[in-house]
Design a protein. Structure first.
Length: 306
């Protein structure tokens, strides 16, 4: 009886230890590794200016590759990021439409006024960027082709900077906790998301670790995300004729999920949805106009099977 009791205590302690075991999640870099991700984004927006509704719908499919080189003598390692293919379908106010396919990049848009947008996507598909990691696998720097900004319309040139590429890559890692976690643990972080033309959404996001799930034959760590707050900013130097003087945006609905492969140290997939609403005050040719925005963004990122 005493032995059975001791055995039961041992089992109970082991189960308790397992129930509260903490997981350390971290990115890992493997020399020569190439990862390919497929991204689908759907955006629906109604922008109301002085009582007039301007509706926009956008669907994008992107295939991107991320290739690591070999460690240098100083411990750094370089990663080349490239858009392998891109398809865009946009429905714009006034019955306008825009389509882009990297398989036929030089096709002129139906409306000549949209040529700067087509040129932007051509440049994105014909160039690559480089991330440089230090010996501790932290993002140290980024590089872009020297003349890349000069190839696009002035409205978009501000979006092409090594510093922005570096910041974006760093922010894509923030969903991982800095300390070991167990199911139920939560943490928060801030991100800035550029949406082109000098415009930025700033989010405060909460994440919760829920444990391990099995998918595609692998054990993956699940993290659910929930954006808590959002704010909007426009670069004063933006070339857009429509300026935003102020805004008071709120998140009406939001959900998201990360699946992380801790063994390989890579993101397996990420899905998200955010619905943003709120009043905005615009300026057109010096005239102040009241308005509001209703924006929904759905995104799905998944690693291509290897």
């Amino acid at each position: 009886m005493r032995q059975l009791f001791a055995c039961a205590v041992t089992v109970a302690c082991a189960l308790s230890a397992g129930a509260f075991a903490q997981e350390k999640l971290a990115f890992k870099l493997e020399e020569g590794r190439k990862l390919v991700y497929l991204t689908e984004t759907k955006t629906e927006q109604v922008l109301t200016i002085a009582g007039m509704d301007l509706e926009t719908k956008n669907t994008a499919f992107q295939k991107s590759s991320h290739t690591l080189g070999q460690r240098a003598a100083d411990g750094t390692i370089r990663q080349t990021d490239k858009v392998e293919s891109l398809q865009i379908d946009m429905q714009l106010p006034g019955g306008l439409s825009f389509n882009f396919d990297s398989g036929n990049p030089n096709k002129a848009p139906d409306n000549p006024l949209l040529e700067p947008v087509a040129k932007l996507f051509r440049v994105l598909c014909q160039s690559s960027s480089t991330l440089i990691y230090d010996r501790n696998d932290a993002i140290k720097d980024a590089e872009l082709p020297a003349d890349i900004a000069a190839q696009v319309d002035p409205m978009f040139q501000g979006d092409f900077s090594a510093e922005k590429v570096k910041k974006q890559a760093q922010q894509q890692r923030l969903f991982l906790p800095t300390e070991p976690v167990k199911p139920g643990d939560k943490w928060e972080f801030n991100t800035d998301t550029g949406i082109g033309g000098g415009q930025t959404f700033s989010f405060r996001t909460e994440c919760e670790y829920t444990g391990i799930v099995e998918k595609d034959g692998r054990k993956l760590h699940r993290i659910v995300e929930k954006p808590l707050t959002v704010s909007y900013a426009m670069d004063p130097a933006s070339q857009s004729p429509l300026k935003v003087l102020n805004s008071d945006l709120k998140i009406a609905e939001a959900e998201g999920e990360y699946l992380f492969d801790a063994e390989r140290g890579i993101t397996h997939s990420h899905t998200s949805k955010v619905h943003i609403v709120g009043p905005m005050t615009f300026s057109v040719n010096g005239q102040e106009l009241p308005g509001k925005v209703d924006l929904t963004i759905n995104a799905k990122v998944a690693m291509e099977p290897q």
